[in-house]
Design a protein around this ligand. Structure first.
Ligand code: OAD
Length: 245
């Protein structure tokens, strides 16, 4: 199975990566679902929705501050570096990610579609046009306020109840429909419309390699290889990446 997947990656002329929270697990970020998932402890409606932010900005920003502080020590693991190595080998490797942690870019991947946005920047909730890099200092004493108009700032991630960025999502579907291989890493494939992306690749004739320690909603079949391993351990093996010392 692993040899076959490595061969598929080697032979692919047009691969695309699709990643979720499990891709960053070995970098120290928590996933959303499952036993250790964030949504076991916190309510997505309260903490990750536009209504929750308007109702209780202090609570929401405390939560983002906690995630950002946790994320400040987070660096890409060898699986991320293996993807950058693959990008070098192929010359081009588009990445579609549901993650907001920015680790694909930090690892050196250059064409990254962050379909759920990024928690590295914030902008004015009243859309006056203000936008800034998000640092923990910006909101150390409560919700950060727009210096231009006084409204509350919001993290630039897609909150529940909001549409996905239309250009990013349409490009992601285009890539899915034209790739010959999609490597699906660390996602439960449960949150739509993002979850439709690997299905679109499959329906358009692409092969799928799934990397996830547990079984997901992805169908099984001739063109789907499921590798039940951790991303940080198996991606270097599949791509032939050796850590530079
Ligand atoms: P989930 O938390 O739903 O799923 C994470 C997946 O990663 C699970 O299937 C785990 O088995 C798997 N996993 C855990 N450790 C892993 C490892 N070391 N290597 C590989 N896989 C591993 O996260 P997502 O599918 O990304 O949305 O969730 C999708 C969306 O739900 C998120 O983007 C977020 C959330 O609500 C928004 O914030 C809009």
């Amino acid at each position: 199975m692993i040899n076959r997947a490595a061969e598929l990656i080697r032979e692919s002329s047009n691969p695309v990566i699709f990643s979720g929270a499990g891709m960053s697990r070995e970098s120290g970020m928590r996933t959303f679902r499952g036993e250790e998932g964030l949504w076991k402890e916190y309510s997505p409606e309260q903490l990750s929705s536009i209504a929750g932010l308007r109702e209780n900005p202090g609570l929401v920003w405390d939560w983002y501050r906690m995630r950002l502080i946790a994320g400040e020590n987070v660096v890409p693991h060898p699986g991320y570096h293996a993807l950058t190595y693959l990008q070098e080998q192929k010359g081009y490797l588009p990445v579609i990610t549901q993650n907001v942690d920015g680790l694909h870019r930090l690892a050196g991947q250059t064409d990254v579609m962050e379909i759920h946005g990024s928690m590295r920047t914030a902008s004015c909730m009243d859309k006056c046009g203000f936008s800034a890099q998000l640092t923990a200092e910006l909101f150390h004493t409560g919700p950060p306020v727009c210096p231009d108009c006084g409204a509350i700032l919001r993290p630039d991630i897609v909150l529940f109840g909001e549409p996905l960025p239309p250009k990013v999502i349409s490009r992601s579907y285009e890539l899915a429909e034209s790739c010959d291989l999609m490597v699906v890493i660390g996602t439960s494939v449960q949150v739509w419309p993002a979850a439709g992306i690997p299905f679109a690749a499959l329906e358009s004739g692409a092969a799928i390699i799934e990397i996830n320690p547990v079984q997901t909603e992805l169908p099984r079949g001739d063109r789907v290889i499921s590798i039940r391993e951790k991303a940080g351990e198996i991606l270097p093996v599949l791509t032939g990446f050796k850590e530079r010392t």
